[in-house]
Design a protein around this ligand. Structure first.
Ligand code: TXA
Ligand code: MG
Length: 346
């Protein structure tokens, strides 16, 4: 089979120089034209890179599922230009509206009841009567949805079950032969997927930990604080699940162990903070998520460093303990899943 090479078009960052603006617009117009024809385009966001398709074209969305090898019952996030656009697609209660106005644009996805009569293809929401909506902090996805005049269905740009990409090169590695175009804005600044919150019942509920911390959300919500998954039944709020939040998500190919206190010969080490681990000099490769012990920096590095350690041919990746608060809970969530995948499939 002859594989094509995707074109990598640089669209810079939000704070790019004025002179690059015209070129950036040209690239976005070209990407929107591909999307309008039903072709997928990889697009940067501040969380991770997404694989985008016009959410109103069932065939284009089906192609995303096919490319990702994703079970069709796992619905996609719809990316909107702004809150007004999102309000056309979903029904926002008071809490959802508050969260959207407080945290959008940003690393937050809201699951709300689907508004009837919208043009979104059923396959994009996997036939559910709720929708996951997001207005990203990076301009690219918002600008593309505006150029296209439609919402974009965009899951993370990785094969189902593997690590989300935080660079254009990581997207190219997985989908190089299947994509015409990857928009490149450098490494994703947050590096973890968006936090998913459902506003479907009496209490907002966290479905997936991510780039926006529970502490930040709860500080804003005050007395309406988030329910953890599992807490909901007790409060009579009904159980909502993120269909994609299965245990064996987010796995590198190399087995992984967490809370490592020492390194065995030949293991690849993933450290956090200034302290070393016993046996580190025998590691086949070492990465430190953040020498300063900064959780935000660690989140931004997590997937890229896991990907790098995955490529050194180690028998095991040993990850040091990460403090379990703020972004640390989302980092630990991803590491625990990768670790569970080790136990499930090997
Ligand atoms: O950071 C992110 O969120 C990235 C960027 C590209 O936006 N996207 C991403 O999408 O991670 P994806 O498809 O890999 O994950 C979306 C998650 C899945 O766990 C899915 O099950 C959940 O959102 N989800 C989508 N629609 C839902 C719904 N109606 N109810 C509950 N969960 C839903
Ligand atoms: Mg994903």
């Amino acid at each position: 089979m002859l594989l094509k090479t995707p074109q990598l078009l640089s669209i810079g960052t939000d704070n790019g120089e004025e002179s690059a603006e015209a070129e950036r617009q040209q690239h976005l117009v070209r990407a929107a034209a591909l999307l309008a024809r039903g072709a997928p385009v990889a697009v940067p966001t501040e969380t991770v890179y997404g694989l985008a398709a016009d959410a109103t074209q069932p065939l284009a969305v089906a192609r995303l599922y096919e490319m990702k090898g994703r079970p069709a019952f796992n619905p996609l996030i719809l990316h909107c230009t702004d809150l007004a656009h999102a309000l056309e697609l979903g029904v926002f209660d008071e809490t959802a509206l508050f969260l959207a106005t407080t945290f959008w644009p940003g690393p937050l996805t809201l699951v709300v009841p689907k508004r009837s009569g919208s043009a979104v293809a059923d396959i994009a929401v996997a036939g559910l009567d709720s929708v996951a909506l997001r207005v990203t902090g990076h301009f690219a996805m918002r600008a593309l949805a505006r150029h296209l005049g439609r919402p974009l269905a965009a899951p993370s740009a990785n094969k189902s079950g593997s690590l989300s990409p935080t660079t254009a090169a990581a997207v190219s590695e997985q989908f190089g032969g299947e994509l015409d175009l990857i928009l490149d804005a450098g490494p994703s600044s947050v590096g973890l997927e968006s936090t998913v919150v459902a506003c479907l019942g009496s209490h907002p509920q966290i479905l997936r930990q991510g780039g926006l911390t529970c502490e930040e959300i709860n500080a804003a919500l005050g007395t309406r604080a988030l329910l953890a998954t599992g807490e909901s039944a007790a409060k009579g709020a009904g159980q909502v699940r993120a269909p994609g939040a299965t245990l064996n998500h987010y796995a590198p190919r190399t087995p992984l162990r967490i809370n490592a206190l020492h390194i065995e010969p030949g293991e690849a080490a993933l450290l956090f903070g200034p302290q070393s681990l016993e046996g580190l000099n025998q590691a086949s490769a070492v990465r430190n998520l953040s020498l300063q012990g900064d959780l935000k920096e660690a989140a931004a590095h997590l997937f890229q460093m896991l990907r790098e350690l995955d490529q050194v041919g180690a028998k095991m990746i040993a990850a040091a303990a990460i403090p379990n608060h703020h972004l640390g809970t989302a980092i630990n969530d991803r590491l625990t899943r990768a670790c569970a995948a080790t136990h499930l499939s090997r």
